[in-house]
Design a protein around this ligand. Structure first.
Ligand code: EPU
Length: 336
C-alpha cells in the first residue's frame, strides 16, 4: 500500500473530470483497508467513479477500492450463490455470469461501475433492479473497523435507493456483495419494449441469457454514450414521481406527456422527456452538454469542469420547474 501524491483523477471518474487528489492510495484487500482505517478515517472513497461529479481537487486521502475476486459459495440444482468483491467491474461480472449460465442480471449489461457500488443506488435498467438478486452486502464499519453483513431486507432497497445513501451514508465501506442467480428456468425479463423489438428484429423466439444481454447492449449503445468516448455518468437525474392530481393537470396542457403509474395516487414521469421538451436535448455549452440521443444524460465533451456540468444541471432543473412545476432530483453524487 503506497500513498502517492498529486494524482490526476481524470481516468478514475467516468465523467472524465480533471481534478487532483492530494494523496491517493489503491487498496486491494479488506485487511489493507482495515489497516488504513486504523490510522485514518476521513477518507474519500473512489470505486468505479461512475456515479459522481467531481467539482474540485480532493484534499482528503483518496482511496481507490480495488479489491478483486469472485467466489462461488455454493450451488444446488437451481441456484448459484456467489460472493463478489467490490472492485470487480460490473459489466465483466455480468458477462462472467452469462458465460456460466447464471441468470438474473443480464438486463443490467453494460452499466458502468464496480460491483461494490451497485447496491448503493440499487442499479436498474430494462425492467430489472439489482436488489432482486442480492442476498447480502458486506462492508467495513469506518468507526469500528469491523466487517458488517447486511441482509437484503436490511439494505432497505428502493428505486435508485438504499440505506447506504441514507442512514449508513459515509459510515460503511462496501467490500463485497452476495448474489443468488438462477441455473435453470431463468426468469427472463423481455417485457421492456425495446428488448422485444430488438429480439424480434433478430428473429429470436426463445432467447438465451446471452440473447437478452446482447439486446440490452445494442439498445444501450444506440442511446447512451460510452464513457470511454464521451465522459458521462449515465442518468444525471432521477425520474420524478408526482401526484395523480398534478399529472392530470399537466396532461391537459401537455397531452403527450408519457407516464408510468406506480401506485393509486402516484405517477412517474420520464425526466428525459421533460428535459427534451424544455429544449435541452443535444445542446452544448462549451464542453458541457446534454446527450443528443438521451436527454437524461449530461456529457463532458473533453475539458468541461465539474462546476460547468453542475451549472448546466441547475439550469435544466430551473427550466423544467418553470415549465412543468416539477423538481428534478439529481441522481449523481455531486462532490463539492
Ligand atoms: N424520453 C424522451 N426524450 C429523451 C429520453 C427519454 O422523450 O431524450 C422519454 C421517452 O418517452 C421514453 C421514456 O422517456 O420512452 C423513457 O426513456 P428510456 O427508456 O430511455 O428510460 P429512462 O426512464 O430515461 C431509465 C433509467 C436508465 C435505464 C433506462 C432503461 C433512471 C433515472 N434511468 O431511463 O438508467 O437505462 O430507464 O431501463 O431511472 C442510469 O441510471 O444511469 C440509467 C441509464
Amino acid at each position: 500500500m503506497t500513498i502517492q501524491q498529486n494524482i490526476s483523477l481524470k481516468n478514475y471518474n467516468t465523467f472524465g473530470i480533471s481534478v487532483n487528489a492530494k494523496r491517493f492510495v489503491a487498496v486491494t484487500s479488506v485487511y489493507e483497508l482495515q489497516q488504513l482505517l486504523k490510522v485514518e478515517k476521513d477518507l474519500f472513497l473512489l470505486s468505479g467513479g461512475s456515479n459522481m461529479l467531481l467539482t474540485k481537487n480532493i484534499e482528503k486521502l483518496v482511496v481507490h477500492l480495488d479489491i478483486k475476486g469472485i467466489s462461488i459459495d455454493r450451488e444446488d440444482a437451481n441456484f448459484a450463490y456467489l460472493t463478489v468483491n467490490a472492485g470487480e467491474d460490473w459489466h465483466e461480472f455480468v458477462l462472467y455470469c452469462i458465460s456460466q449460465n447464471y441468470g438474473g442480471i443480464e438486463n443490467l449489461s453494460l452499466i458502468p461501475g464496480n460491483v461494490g457500488t451497485c447496491p448503493i443506488q440499487n442499479i436498474g435498467a430494462y425492467g430489472v433492479e439489482v436488489k432482486d438478486t442480492i442476498t447480502k452486502v458486506e462492508g467495513l464499519d469506518i468507526e469500528t473497523e469491523q466487517l458488517m453483513s447486511f441482509s437484503n431486507e436490511a439494505c432497505n432497497f428502493g428505486y435508485r435507493n438504499s440505506i447506504f445513501k441514507n442512514s449508513h451514508k459515509g459510515k460503511i465501506i462496501l467490500t463485497s456483495v452476495g448474489f443468488k442467480l438462477t441455473k435453470k428456468d431463468h426468469k427472463l425479463n423481455t417485457t421492456y419494449g425495446a428488448i422485444e423489438t430488438e429480439l424480434t428484429s433478430k428473429n429470436i423466439q426463445k432467447p438465451s441469457l446471452k440473447d437478452v444481454s446482447d439486446a440490452v447492449i445494442a439498445i444501450r449503445k444506440s442511446k447512451l454514450p460510452d464513457p470511454k468516448e464521451i465522459g458521462n455518468s449515465g442518468s444525471f437525474f432521477k425520474n420524478p414521481v408526482i401526484s395523480e392530481t398534478q399529472f392530470l393537470e399537466l396532461q391537459k396542457e401537455f397531452p403527450k406527456i408519457p407516464s408510468y403509474k406506480i401506485s393509486d395516487t402516484e405517477i412517474k414521469v420520464p425526466a428525459g422527456w421533460l428535459i427534451e421538451q424544455s429544449g435541452f436535448k443535444g445542446k452544448r455549452f462549451g464542453d458541457a452538454g446534454v446527450h443528443e440521443k438521451q436527454a437524461l444524460v449530461l456529457v463532458n465533451y473533453g475539458n468541461a469542469s465539474g462546476e460547468e456540468i453542475y451549472q448546466l444541471a441547475q439550469k435544466i432543473q430551473k427550466t423544467v420547474f418553470n415549465k412543468f412545476g416539477i423538481s428534478l432530483e439529481i441522481e449523481v453524487n455531486i462532490i463539492q
